[in-house]
Design a protein around this ligand. Structure first.
Ligand code: UN1
Length: 513
């Protein structure tokens, strides 16, 4: 079987050593147990990395602390220039990194490329932003006084990212944090450690070429215990974490317990409302890509379709037909639509969800199942499934990170559909398919979707980096990426300057000596 250029990609990313099984780690500090990274694509060992011990972590923190002293003094536009160079290198390495993402995580090569494109886009965004870290000026109530606010970097930003977007989510955080003057310590998912090493190699080269310390970008490896080094560490004023709601609650309470800040991007339970005024073709594309893209392993994946009863059968049949066209297989082969799940634990969760929906009275209309035989040796390939269900089912209320789509029916006004859509614990992404202005505006109104993302005539997944990304309720409330998300990476300072020879007090208070 062709290796789809994986060896060449690994070489281009400086991972040939890892490929041979030599342990590596950020700044060569990591010395703990070995993590072996197996590809869900073909079950083969890709490479190994060493985990970060507590002692290693201390060294990383010292390096980061030192690097911050240099980095914070560089003018923000100069920091932007470094991020620009990083974006340039990503352009050169786009195919190689996209391939590694696809091979280590299992998403399609097109989606791997898309993820690297998101990295490039956020770099461009950050470069522009590096000249726009604006504060306000205020009019002082006292004569001869000037008042303004300015933003300073926070220091060390901890980033904990998930396997499903093994490179892009890091870049949303780090590109902004860097231009803000912060240094970053990144713990990628232990399921995709090589993507982390590849990114570190790219930024390390940029920093080296500019005589800047590598500690501006640090990498630590391991599971949640390594993440805990950061959540408990007062030297890390901000922890940005992406992952499950369960993980987010632990991170939130640990960080809040020391009055640190956390930026949480947690689970979603995203729905598309399909009204009688929807365009069927657009609905099918949006729903099918949303449900099976990345094998249903996006935070923004479509989990629920809430369809009006008058068009229910028509929409259902069109989607079932579309599912028949899906080709499941090696995601590096561009003829395939759906790749594998990340590992066998994910496969077990998928199986359990299907069992549960049946046990709760659901009706499976597109059968699932684990694929075996040639091309499916990793045991991680599953068939995208569809079940007719009710929003009140426990399993429907739950985020299953797999290609399982639930069809729900609503009757009457769109308000009823919105109620169903909001009636889950999570609040990340949502969408409505309609050409009816009243329905669209009701969905976007104060009484509409309660999610961080609400789309009209677009599916739930595939957000652009220019908007703030994140959601409400169990999704954690954080916002990453575009808009003014940069502000969380900085501390705000209000400055009042008196340029007179008097010292009048605020609020007109008299205090004569
Ligand atoms: C995630 O799944 O963690 O909107 C991020 C999207 C992507 C990002 C998803 N731009 O689907």
């Amino acid at each position: 079987m062709t290796d789809f250029g994986i060896d060449k990609a690994l070489q281009e990313l400086g991972l040939q050593e890892v490929n041979k099984g030599t342990s590596t780690g950020n700044l060569h500090f990591s010395s703990g147990d070995i993590i072996e990274s197996y590809s869900p694509v073909d079950g083969k060992l890709i490479g190994k990395v060493s985990t970060t011990t507590k002692e290693d972590y201390e060294k990383v923190m010292q390096t980061a602390t030192e690097a911050f002293k240099t980095w914070r003094t560089k003018p923000a536009p100069l920091r932007g220039e470094i991020v620009r160079q990083f974006g340039e290198k990503l352009r050169v390495k786009k195919e190689a990194l996209g391939k590694l993402v696809s091979y280590e995580m299992g998403k399609s090569y097109q989606e791997g490329l898309g993820e690297v494109q998101e990295m490039i886009d956020i770099c461009d965004f950050a470069v522009g932003l590096s000249r726009q870290l604006h504060g306000l000026t205020m009019h002082s109530e006292r004569p001869g006084h000037r008042m303004y606010e300015q933003y300073h970097p926070l220091g060390i930003v901890g980033i904990i990212s998930a396997f499903n977007f093994p490179v892009a989510v890091w870049s949303w955080n780090t590109a902004l944090a860097w231009i803000c003057g912060d240094v970053c310590v990144w713990k990628p998912s232990e399921k995709t450690p090589l993507c982390g090493v590849a990114c570190q190699n790219i930024i390390a080269e940029v920093l080296r070429e500019n005589n800047l310390p590598e500690g501006i970008s640090c990498l630590i490896n391991g599971d949640y215990k390594v993440g805990e080094f950061m959540t408990k560490d007062t030297r890390v004023p901000l922890v940005s974490a992406t992952g499950s709601t369960r993980m987010g609650k632990i991170v939130a309470s640990e960080v809040a317990g020391r009055l640190g800040k956390s930026l949480l991007e947690l689970g979603g339970n995203n729905a598309i409302i399909v009204t009688p005024d929807s365009d069927l073709k657009m609905t099918v594309i949006g729903a099918v890509f949303g449900a099976v893209g990345t094998a249903g392993q996006r935070c923004t994946s479509t989990r629920r379709l809430i369809i009006h009863e008058s068009i229910y059968d028509k929409v259902k049949n069109a989607i079932v037909e579309a599912y028949k066209q899906l080709r499941i297989g090696n995601p590096l082969d561009e003829n395939n639509h759906v790749g594998p799940l990340i590992d066998k634990d994910a496969v077990a969760m998928y199986n359990k969800a299907l069992e549960k929906v049946v046990a709760e009275g659901g009706n499976i209309i597109v059968e699932g199942g684990v694929l075996s035989g040639e091309g499916y040796e990793s045991g991680c390939y599953v068939k995208p499934a569809i079940a007719e269900a009710s929003n009140t089912f426990e399993i429907v209320q739950h985020e299953t990170f797999a290609p399982v789509l639930y069809l729900l029916k609503y009757s009457g006004d769109v308000i009823n559909a919105i109620e169903i859509q909001n009636n889950v614990a999570q609040g990340l992404s949502s969408a409505i398919m309609t050409n009816n202005l009243r329905e669209a505006e009701a969905f976007l109104s104060v009484a509409g979707s309660d999610c961080g993302i609400a789309n009209v005539n677009i599916g739930t997944s595939g957000a652009e980096i220019g908007g703030a990304f994140g959601g409400e309720k169990d999704t954690g409330g954080g916002r990453e990426s575009g808009s003014d998300a940069w502000k969380i990476y900085m501390r705000r300072q209000t400055n009042t300057i008196n340029y007179t020879t008097d010292l009048p007090l605020a609020q007109g208070i008299k205090f004569d000596l």
